[in-house]
Design a protein around this ligand. Structure first.
Ligand SMILES: [Zn+2]
Length: 238
């Protein structure tokens, strides 16, 4: 393969030919994530999200605005343009397909795949992506229950609710957990709290900790810290 051919797989380009570095891709992804959360990305929460300083985030946002991948104004913060969103969704698609591929085809544990996918997501070609997708049977969700955007950028929609908001006495299927904390993922796997499992929210014990969600999973009782419950989504059973 020619040198320029192999380079194609690494540096993405905008429609106007500006190249998009790995750092830029990570920013676009982080902006997408923040927009999904409370609908707003600011320089400050972007810097926090990426563990970087305010000034470096300011500089990067300026560069991204220059090549029309984001729009930035003082009042509304940073928003992805449609071409910025397209790139963010492509990288996210790579990430989630890679996580599933690593878990299903290569036997990685679900607490190991995020780190690997963070690195690889920037370097797989369109062909590689298509083959993973084919091999996995065109999956809609990754091992943590995160929806996998389609090649056209459509994100599977869900009607899931936060575990923290599920009323006492309800039953639900666990659908989605955060992929960020590998120690937490190992703990969840240990107690069988993985996507697809049926759980029931039970009454707190009399001396119970008000800051925990009491769950019944396959006949066993577990107290899940409220903070953890706010990062998990379930599908209520009626
Ligand atoms: Zn991940």
């Amino acid at each position: 393969m020619s040198e320029s051919g192999s380079r194609d797989n690494h540096a993405r380009q905008t429609d106007r030919g500006a190249s998009i570095s790995v750092a830029m891709q990570d920013y676009l992804k982080a902006i997408y994530r923040l927009q999904q959360g409370d609908g707003r990305a600011t320089t400050l929460n972007l810097a926090n999200e990426l563990g970087l300083s305010g000034p470096s985030a300011t500089n990067m946002i300026k560069r991204l605005a220059e090549i029309s991948l984001v729009e930035h104004n003082r009042y509304h913060g940073v928003r992805l343009s449609s071409s910025g969103e397209k790139i963010a969704l492509e990288v996210i698609r790579h990430h989630r397909l890679l996580e599933l591929y690593l878990a299903e085809a290569m036997g990685f544990e679900w607490d190991q795949v995020h780190e690997e996918a963070e690195r690889l997501e920037h370097h797989v070609s369109t062909e590689f992506e298509a083959r993973m997708d084919e091999l996995l049977g065109h999956p809609k969700f990754d091992p943590h229950g995160d929806p996998i955007p389609s090649r056209l950028g459509d994100v599977p929609s869900t009607t899931w609710v936060w575990l923290s908001e599920l009323p006492v006495g309800s039953r639900a299927v666990l659908r989605r957990v955060s992929d960020r904390d590998s120690q937490q993922l190992r703990y969840l796997a240990e107690i069988g709290l993985v996507p697809g499992v049926v759980l029931e929210v039970s009454q707190s014990a009399p001396e119970g900790d008000g800051d925990a969600r009491n769950l019944l999973i396959a006949g066993h009782r577990h107290a899940i810290p409220m903070e953890l419950a706010t990062s998990m989504q379930v599908e209520p059973l009626v």
